[in-house]
Design a protein around this ligand. Structure first.
Ligand code: ATP
Ligand code: MG
Length: 403
């Protein structure tokens, strides 16, 4: 089997924008497969065909494809001639050690002018496989489902489908900026926005050198993992310790956490606007901690003129943890570190802060200058996955999109 057939999310990609979505998806798949021995990635009749060379690592190719957004499912596939006899022969030759008690053939015709209907193809090909193997046909609950797809000049066959990451192709949803801590929540929030097709700028506030570099290392690791999905990321590391010290000197302890968050939002807004991002993203959840009461969330949000998206707002912690496990950030987030917010955090933060009190406290602070200093001191890191670009070899390589 030297092909991978990718099916995209049909419903999401309907309408006039469809070719544009598909172009993004093809481009992203090419980027994701960079450095592997791929002959071509092309769109043909409602699916994407990836042709692998003998040297390509199919497992690795599949692992990478599984993270690309906009995909419903994908399958390792073989090519066969278009007549039922040719299809059955190719399938039988490729069965390996598959010995199911029951099977069925499921056919789809991309080429609707093919003289046999899908049920006729299923019966023909299924009959030949049954003859050769003696396996029982079970249409409702087969142990093995053999898929065939009729293209214009060949057929694909494959045994089962692996689930894709779903969502929309990266780059189709515009830009947003996510405030990324090393905790469990914000990486999941960033992932959810990526899955909706957004390119996500990652912004982390750290208190180095007052605290260790641990939070930065964690966030770098999280960013690298998330970059396997969005393929290119910008990570901005913002020094925040000195700002916190200023807040500690000049503001009442119960207000500190809300003041830190408002500062973070202002700084993030500046960085986001410079990057032409349209919204800020946080991992906030109503009621999760003292700083996340509805009152505090609104008082915090007032600091920014950008839309604030909170993709986790109504989730329970265990739901977030389960998702963190699924996407792979859990094992990174669980490593203890010294988060900047634990630093100078009062024992009893106010749970219901009025905007008036906050604004009064902020009048004692040189907010503008603090924001400027943080933006000035920010360090930018660019991440890319994979490091090697897609470079199709041979004269047939990299053919363009077909509609
Ligand atoms: P998380 O698990 O994402 O850290 P949390 O439950 O610890 O969230 P808070 O610490 O109150 O919640 O943070 C709320 C949100 O503020 C985070 O989800 C994140 O978006 C942002 N945030 C908090 N600390 C930082 C930081 N050091 N750098 C960037 N963003 C942060
Ligand atoms: Mg946190």
């Amino acid at each position: 089997m030297n092909a991978i057939v990718v099916h995209y999310k049909e419903l999401a990609l309907k309408g006039n924008n469809r070719p544009w979505f598909i172009r993004h998806l093809v481009r992203n798949l090419r980027a994701a497969l960079g450095g592997l021995d791929v002959r071509s990635v092309r769109h043909a009749m409602g699916r994407i065909e990836i042709e692998l060379r003998p040297g390509a690592e199919p497992q690795e190719a599949g692992d990478r494809i599984a993270r690309v957004f906009g995909i419903a499912n994908y399958s390792y596939a073989g090519r066969a001639p278009r007549d039922p006899g040719g299809m059955a022969a190719a399938i039988l030759a490729d069965l390996g050690d598959r010995r199911p008690a029951s099977f069925r053939v499921s056919a789809r015709r991309a080429d609707k002018s093919f003289p046999l209907t899908s049920p006729q193809i299923e019966r023909h090909v299924g009959g030949l496989i049954k003859q050769a193997t003696g396996w029982r046909v079970d249409l409702a609950g087969p142990e093995l489902e053999v898929f065939v797809e009729l293209m214009m000049d060949h057929a694909f066959y494959y045994f089962g489908k692996a689930p894709g990451a779903g969502g929309l192709p990266t780059g189709t949803g515009g830009r947003v900026a996510c405030l990324l801590s090393g905790g469990f929540d914000s990486p999941v929030a960033a992932y959810r926005m990526m899955r909706r097709g957004c390119r996500v700028l990652l912004i982390h506030f750290h208190s180095y050198p007052i605290l260790s570099r641990a939070s930065q290392e964690k966030v770098r690791e999280i960013a690298a993992l998330l970059t396997r999905s969005q393929l290119r990321s910008r990570l901005v590391l913002v020094p925040f310790g000195e700002l916190q010290q200023q807040v500690v000197l000049l503001a009442p302890p119960p207000l500190r956490v809300v003041l830190y968050r408002r500062l973070m939002l202002r700084i993030a807004e500046k960085l986001a606007r410079a990057w032409r991002a349209r919204a800020l993203v946080t991992g906030e959840v109503v009621g999760q901690v003292a700083s996340q009461t509805l009152e505090n969330l609104t008082a915090i949000a007032q600091a920014s003129g950008l839309e604030i998206l909170r993709p986790l707002v109504g989730l329970d912690k265990d739901e977030i943890i389960a998702e963190a496990r699924r996407i792979g950030t859990h094992s990174i987030s669980i490593v203890p570190d010294q988060d900047c917010c634990q630093l100078f955090t009062p024992r009893h933060p106010a749970t219901r802060v009025s905007l008036e009190r906050i604004e009064a406290a902020e009048r004692a602070l040189p907010i503008e200058a603090m924001v400027e200093a943080a933006v000035e001191g920010a360090a930018v890191e660019e991440l890319e996955f994979p490091m090697i670009k897609y470079a199709p070899g041979g004269s047939h390589g990299g053919s363009g999109i077909e509609h």
